[in-house]
Design a protein around this ligand. Structure first.
Ligand code: ZN
Length: 294
């Protein structure tokens, strides 16, 4: 069992539909659906997203996928504190072949779990052969960045903000460490060193998001863009996507992420070793307090 304290799962939470799926013309909208928790991502959400993506890829009528979040926020990060937190549960693994993390302990458990549900799943989604657009409003924090960054590009509402506050936990960034590639090395350091919220306008300046649109127009503008893309031939899109992804990997994205994943796990292990908790004793409330006191 991972040392970072599993909490009991509320049956009411496990029964909810944590991801919604809607097709509009050639576009599938996949949305996180835990708005009461700012769409905090637990493993149920992760595997529901994966199933929705598979469904969209299997449907020949779907040409483009949009990933969004229901409610006021895209995603406030990995679930580290809701009643539906499920890090102590086993799921059928999809991203990597590794042993189940649940009966294991320490690094043996944590590395297994995060290789699958965090780094592995985001890499799997990055390789979805159809275009995937992230449609982001409100919070896009930590694990939320991983979701948005594994998409091909981002359309943001003017109220969107992006942050990775995990340095407060002594951890050098989230598991899908794309920060220097999706911004630039100096902006990545500022983002990590301060943990502050990057507004959509700044993310646009850095090239991290493609378009910033008024909040009220977010869905319509994203749909319009998706419909234009949908006119392209399927194979051409898939190969163009692969071409750019390969270019990013030649610029070190994949190898860089692998190397930082080791640092990330050194930090978790250090926290567990000296404090008994792999998150360094930081919870949602402490992060919110730190943001509020800024
Ligand atoms: Zn981690």
């Amino acid at each position: 069992m991972a040392p970072d304290a599993p909490e009991s799962t509320d049956p009411a939470v496990t029964d909810e539909e944590v991801v919604t799926y809607e097709v509009r013309g050639p576009v599938a909208f996949v949305r996180l659906n835990r708005p009461q928790y700012r769409n905090a991502q637990n493993s149920r959400v992760t595997y529901a997203l994966d199933a929705a993506f598979v469904r969209a890829v299997d449907d020949d009528a779907v040409k483009v996928i949009v990933l969004g979040g229901n409610g006021d926020h895209f995603c406030a990060g990995h679930d580290i504190g809701t009643p539906g937190r499920d890090i102590d549960q086993s799921f059928e693994r999809k991203a990597v072949i590794w042993w189940d993390h649940v009966p294991a302990a320490g690094v043996d458990s944590r590395f297994a779990r995060e290789s699958e549900v965090y780094l592995g799943m985001c890499r799997r989604w990055r390789e979805i052969p159809k275009p995937v657009i992230a449609m982001v409003q409100g919070a896009c924090i930590a694990g939320g960045l991983m979701l948005a960054w594994s998409c091909d590009f981002i359309v943001a509402a003017d109220d969107a903000f992006f942050s990775d506050p995990v340095v407060r936990m002594g951890i050098p960034g989230v598991e899908y460490f794309a920060h220097p590639w999706v911004t630039n090395p100096r902006a990545a350091k500022e983002m990590l060193f301060t943990g502050e919220r990057m507004p959509a306008a700044r993310a646009y300046e850095l090239g991290m998001v493609n378009h910033v649109v008024p909040r009220a127009e977010l869905e319509e503008r994203t749909l319009q863009l998706a419909e234009r893309i949908a006119e392209m031939p399927r194979l051409g899109l898939a190969l163009a996507k692969k071409a750019v992804n390969q270019a990013e990997d030649l610029q070190g994205l994949r190898a860089g992420m692998d190397s930082v994943f080791g640092l990330h796990h050194a930090a978790h292990a250090h926290n567990a070793e000296v404090g008994g908790d792999s998150l360094g004793g930081v919870d949602v409330r402490r992060i919110k307090d730190a943001e509020a006191g800024r």
